[in-house]
Design a protein around this ligand. Structure first.
Ligand SMILES: [Zn+2]
Length: 251
């Protein structure tokens, strides 16, 4: 067995022995499904205007900028498929081995894979709301219009519909953040997947687990500030989760 294989075996042992396993996922998990990483080398934010895409002031001035850029990236998500990571995490939850899944991603792929307890700390396009009245509607309904790049409007008052994604200039959803923190506190094992842990307060979640005596495992293709404090670090998400899938199938 080479070094990486030994690490995967150790990862499986840690997961099998955990009493309260919590997982925290970032953009690296979406990338496996062909969704562009916001901040990577070929990231969405490196294209013109995309830094303004999730700016709340820009949205209020001109929502067509968001909807124009989001037509494929968000509203074309129907065509994207869950990766081995999404699938294995859903299976772990189904078997009662995973208690909570915290994500920074806004692509709904965990839900599509079958995960039920998903805590979306950057909000979610699952719900859209009117910026003028209390009207709310779901992703499917808005996507019919937004998939073409057109701005969707409220059928009650004509106001612009906004996704319940947290934009720059908005606060993170307080309830989701509180729940994420209490899950990390309860976790005896936290798996951090596909995030470089640079954005606070998300970056502080591994510390919450560590302070309450839990172990942290990091799987990411780049180093993070927490690596030296982690019980285990792996670099290849796809390979490590193919290994876990094989263990689940054999088990
Ligand atoms: Zn309205």
């Amino acid at each position: 067995m080479d070094n990486e294989q030994e690490k995967y075996a150790e990862l499986w042992q840690l997961i099998s022995n955990a009493r309260h396993l919590v997982v925290f996922t970032g953009a690296g998990v979406s990338t496996l499904s062909g969704i562009k990483d916001f901040r990577g080398k070929d990231g969405l934010y490196n294209q013109p205007d995309t830094d303004k895409m999730f700016d709340i002031d820009v949205f209020h001035r001109d929502p067509s900028l968001y909807y124009g850029l989001a037509k494929d990236f968000i509203y074309g998500l129907k065509e994207k498929q869950p990766s081995v990571v999404h699938i294995v995490l859903a299976e772990l939850e189904k078997r009662g081995m995973l208690k909570a899944l915290i994500t920074q991603n806004i692509d709904l792929l965990h839900q599509k894979a079958g995960s039920k307890h998903v805590i979306e700390i950057h909000g979610s396009p699952e719900e859209h709301y009117c910026i003028k009245c209390s009207y709310t509607t779901d992703f499917e309904t808005v996507a019919e219009t937004a998939h073409t790049g057109a701005v969707p409007y409220c059928p009650q008052c004509g106001g612009t519909l906004k996704p319940a994604i947290t934009f720059f200039g908005e606060s993170l959803p307080a309830r989701a953040l509180t729940e994420a923190q209490s899950e990390c506190e309860a976790a005896d094992l936290l798996l951090v997947l596909g995030t470089s842990l640079v954005v606070y307060p998300a970056a502080s979640l591994p510390q919450v687990t560590q302070h309450s005596g839990g172990k942290v495992v990091i799987v990411n293709n780049q180093p993070t500030y927490f690596d030296s404090a982690a019980a285990l670090c792996c670099t290849d998400l796809e390979q490590s989760f193919e290994y876990l899938r094989a263990q689940l199938l054999n088990g």
